[in-house]
Design a protein around this ligand. Structure first.
Ligand code: SIN
Length: 483
């Protein structure tokens, strides 16, 4: 039984061209903790995705022709509605995704903050004038919206990952089509209900829920009327989608997997580092791209830090995200629990020591926070993105070795380190081959800061004033005949 104050937020149809599209075929959305069916949602297909792209194409000229202030005013209304409905949106997000209610409401606030940010930032989308080599000419640069933007978003942040892309696209004057993850379409559809209420014109924001990710994905990556494609998800899927975009040379931005190191130097405040690590590692039960994956601790403080950290992890409360005081909810599904367990087994087989957890998940998909000591680079927990509540601990001797171990990955999204030595802070910050670095901080996500990675973690930046760049084309105007 879904308990909402605003019952209008529980939608089960696709949202295309301002219409709620009901399909005879539906798919089930389940609560990952209880396994109960929450509702069934219309199973949109490739034809619906095409209809959505064409609706976005039709809506584009008028939306792009509005002033940034007019678009900003509509985005501001959307933001206000998200905040007014934050409790309900958080509840929906928690039951479909599993994260604790307080965290889910926090995500809604985080998502809404991108809508607010870009409502304001759109009016600061300025061009440039460049000194001309000739007295007869002027060199002017203007920025224009790219056109129709298509996106595929993940289940780990069902609200914020849509908001971060859609708000930037709409503020720049683009129109938008999204396929939300089939595990978590309800947050996306609730956002569409609020966009409709805010008066965002038909065809500007479209949501195509559907089970057939591959068929819908092909339309969104290959349709000639899509100018830009944006994806958040795994590196493997991202590579495939980039290939699909190649034929029509689409602009792409990719926010892909991570393998974040968390380095604790001997001069760190160990208690603060342990707290930062809990935040970085256990947010959303370890299911974020920026989650700590590998914990590197300087040899001289290894035992002391491990003991402090173990005690804090042991105190975490597991269970149903809707219950008060729960820190860690379920993983998204049973398959994820099995995958995480197999990574723990692999590490133990290769010589790691289990110092906490490691027992199989409960029937509710709750996997216990697990600490593994003496981890080595040949183990899966070192090489692969874990996406679960596992803390692999290993020691290092000196700064050079820490940097080499940290950079020993094909990923380059986020990295963290704790040190109170200012020289080291600069040296290590510059040497880490990652798009984002948390220094004496476990949580780096911030609306005003550029989010994104290097290497196989992707390209493009979301949020901040850089977040508009991916949604605009730069046009150079060469004006002659002046002198
Ligand atoms: C992600 O894990 O994909 C996003 C996390 C964030 O924005 O903090």
């Amino acid at each position: 039984m879904v308990q909402l104050e605003n019952t209008q937020l529980l939608k089960s149809a696709g949202y295309i061209d301002g219409q709620w599209v009901v399909k005879s075929s539906t798919f089930c959305v389940t609560n990952p903790y209880s396994g109960e069916e929450i509702t069934r949602v219309s199973d949109c297909d490739a034809n619906d995705a095409t209809t959505a792209v064409l609706a976005a194409k039709k809506a584009f000229p008028q939306w792009a022709a509005m002033t940034a202030i007019q678009r900003g005013a509509l985005l501001r209304k959307w933001y206000n509605l998200m905040i007014a409905n934050q409790d309900d949106l958080g509840y929906l997000l928690s039951i479909e995704q599993g994260k604790p209610l307080a965290e889910a409401k926090g995500e809604v606030g985080y998502g809404a903050s991108f809508v607010e940010w870009f409502a304001e930032e759109g009016r600061r989308l300025t061009g440039d004038t460049i000194p001309s080599p000739s007295a007869n000419k002027r060199t002017v640069v203007i920025r224009q919206p790219v056109g129709v933007v298509a996106a595929i978003t993940p289940w780990n942040f069902p609200n914020a990952m849509i908001a971060r892309k859609a708000a930037a696209a709409l503020a720049a004057g683009c129109t938008f089509v999204v396929r939300p993850a089939s595990e978590t379409p309800l947050s996306a559809l609730a956002m569409a209900a609020l966009a409709e209420q805010a008066g965002i014109p038909n065809g500007v924001f479209n949501v195509v829920p559907g089970l057939n990710a591959s068929a819908i994905g092909k339309v969104l990556t290959q349709h000639p009327d899509v100018a830009k494609f944006s994806f958040t998800g795994s590196t493997n899927v991202g590579k495939l989608l980039i290939k699909q975009c190649a034929d029509s040379v689409k602009r792409v931005s990719m926010e892909l997997g991570g393998n974040a190191p968390f380095i604790v130097f001997e001069d760190a405040d160990l208690d603060a580092a342990a707290n930062g690590l809990i935040q970085s590692k256990y947010r959303n039960a370890g299911q974020t791209c920026v989650c700590t994956n590998r914990i590197l601790i300087q040899h001289s403080v290894y035992d002391k830090f491990t003991a402090i950290y173990r005690e804090k992890v042991h105190a975490l409360t597991l269970g149903n995200g809707l219950e008060d005081g729960v820190d860690i909810g379920p993983l998204i599904d049973a398959k994820s629990c099995v995958k995480v367990q197999s990574m723990v087994d692999d590490a133990v087989e290769k010589g790691a020591t289990l110092i906490l957890g490691g027992t199989p998940a409960t029937d509710n998909n709750v996997y216990p926070p697990t600490l593994l000591s003496n981890v080595t680079p040949d183990m899966k927990v070192f090489k692969e993105e874990i996406f679960g509540p596992i803390s692999p601990l290993m020691s290092f001797q000196d700064e050079q070795q820490a940097i080499a171990l940290a950079n020993d990955t094909e990923y380059g999204l986020a990295a963290y380190f704790y040190s109170r030595d200012i020289g080291r802070v600069w040296r290590v910050s510059e040497a880490l081959d990652f798009g984002m670095v948390g220094i004496n901080e476990g949580i780096i996500s911030d609306t005003a800061a550029p989010f994104g990675g290097v290497k196989q973690s992707g390209s493009g930046r979301e949020g901040s004033h850089y977040g508009l760049d991916d949604y605009t084309n730069i046009k150079y105007l060469c004006m002659g005949g002046i002198a």
